[in-house]
Design a protein around this ligand. Structure first.
Ligand code: HEC
Length: 147
């Protein structure tokens, strides 16, 4: 008799435990299935537009990369601060006497010094976002004014 009682209470305990475990596992799963489609949550919308958003962002990057700024634009934005006034000992734009000895050293030297920096001038005139091509255009523009 004692044995029988013991085993039936075991079965009851196991049944309750299994029922609780099943509830714990199944309840969140059913929420997962319902959540997004029932509410149309922001996450789901974001997921749907994600591929398009990625492509648009790529386009924007290509557009700004695809069009290198020209020498005059770069000069005005990044070089004139020093070279227009001669600030910090910079050779002034259009000052033939100041530029002649530098120009005599050759375009390659001018470009190298503009790239690496020289004296008070930081590398790339401080405009570290300039591509090599853009820096070259700016140097040509600046030097061209003193020829
Ligand atoms: C912070 C001030 C400053 C800015 C900004 C600046 N420069 Fe200069 N630059 C100088 C100074 C100072 C020198 C003279 C360096 C020396 O001879 O000691 C110089 C010299 C040069 C030279 C002559 C290098 C040589 O071989 O003698 C070139 C070319 C030049 N700059 C190009 C540029 C270009 C292009 C830009 C813009 C992208 C620029 N600089 C922006 C200060 C500046």
């Amino acid at each position: 008799m004692a044995n029988k009682q013991h085993s039936s209470s075991m079965i009851l305990t196991i049944t309750v435990v299994v029922a609780i475990v099943l509830m714990i596992i199944i309840w969140p799963l059913s929420m997962l299935g319902k959540g997004p489609s029932a509410t149309g949550s922001g996450d789901e919308v974001e997921l749907r537009i994600l591929p398009v958003a990625r492509i648009e962002m790529k386009k924007a990057v290509v557009v700004s990369d695809g069009k290198p700024r020209d020498g005059a634009t770069i000069y005005n934005a990044s070089c004139a601060a020093c070279h227009a006034s001669g600030a910090a000992g910079a050779p002034k734009t259009g000052d033939k006497a100041a530029w002649a000895p530098r120009i005599a050293a050759g375009t390659a030297t001018l470009l190298k010094n503009a790239t690496n920096g020289k004296g008070a001038m930081p590398p790339r005139g401080g405009a570290s976002d300039l591509s090599d091509e853009e820096l070259k255009a700016a140097v040509n523009y600046l030097v061209g004014k003193a020829k």
